[in-house]
Design a protein around this ligand. Sequence first.
Ligand code: C5P
Length: 423
Amino acid sequence: MKTTNRTSRAPVGRFREKTIVLGVTGSIAAYKAVSLARRLMAEGAVVQVVMTRNAQRFVGPLTFQELTGRPVGTDLFAPSDAVPASMGMPHLALAESADLLVIAPASAHCVAKLAHGLADDLLSTLALAAECPVVVAPAMDGGMWTHPAVCSNVLTLRQRGVTVLEPEVGPLASGRTGKGRLPEEDAILSAIAGALHPVKDFKGQRVLITAGPTQEALDPVRFISNRSSGKMGWALAEAARDRGAGVVLIAGPTALPPVPNVTVVPVVTSEDMRKEVITRFVDSDVLIMAAAVADFRPAGSSPGKIPKGRGPRTLALEPTPDILMDLPSRRAGQFVVGFSAETGDLVERARAKLRRKALDMIVANNVTEPGAGFGTETNRATLLDRAGRCDALPLMSKLELAHRILDAVLEFPTDRLQKGGTS
Ligand code: C5P
């Protein structure tokens, strides 16, 4: 068996030769931007920091200046060391130099200004002038993040192609717990990597992805399901979209927000998912079955709620049809990727599944490993394909893994995909 160690998307030096403008706004999380700047530099980026007036109340510009070796942009009008007068207006010079603008932390005020095109300081004005990809990492109190005004501003930005990350859930500066913490550094770095992806190597490809769990009803109130969060399928959809693919995401019930510029088809049961996959498979070039489809469902489902006293003591189950096994013949040459969530004998079981389900590739992961599997932001997987690839990948973010899977699809030795596009 051939074992390869591909380095095409190695994390080290992901941002070399890139100038990243790091916008810092007035949030308690501004101190975290110091560490983010370090990570960006460690991955090869030239980091130019721009701070709002309120950001400077939390962290001094000198901290960033010492760290990045570059003066910090703070003033829209005054030429400074960051942008000498000879380079023209600071906002235009900075916008032109940027390969990417990341704003971390982005306050609710900053998100509103970006959504409405306000330009009253250096950061907001350069954001309007910039033609590069923009990544926004919000940080605010939980109640603010869910305020209808903020939701609508975030939606506007996403529809405009800005990558707005979801804040983390956890303790907030207010003392409350909720969703509003600055996203983890790794998530910000992965989003930057995705947004910087210059190669639209999936242009013209139609990628069908399944994600999340399915729910199998026992009665109108109760169901059996599994722990899948849908995050891996979501990451695949984002990565394929960023690389130019037309993406359809067939999604079981999850708590995740819609993926902009991706057609999301919501389903509930394994049978719903089967129907959608079978119907849409013929119009696809690549199918990636990341969903944790239920393997069993209740043998019968009651039309009314089963009364507490009359519930069955044992549950009669029947197997669900295996969607991958049910795919119509692949005469159109679709590339099919399955997932294999295991708790042991990872590679052997995945290899057997690859053969049994006639897959081109399988992504195997041990869901009991720390940081891997259901609900986590990261995953550790082994990629196997029918040409003999067996790559044990290190722990990485799900977005990074999604890119590795897409890289592997393109690296598979078939002319059709490597040339890109179908007519
Ligand atoms: O056999 P196992 O359920 O472990 O296989 C997992 C792979 O098969 C995943 O890609 C999953 O999406 C897919 N699957 C399927 N239909 C099922 C169950 C799983 O296509 N009923």
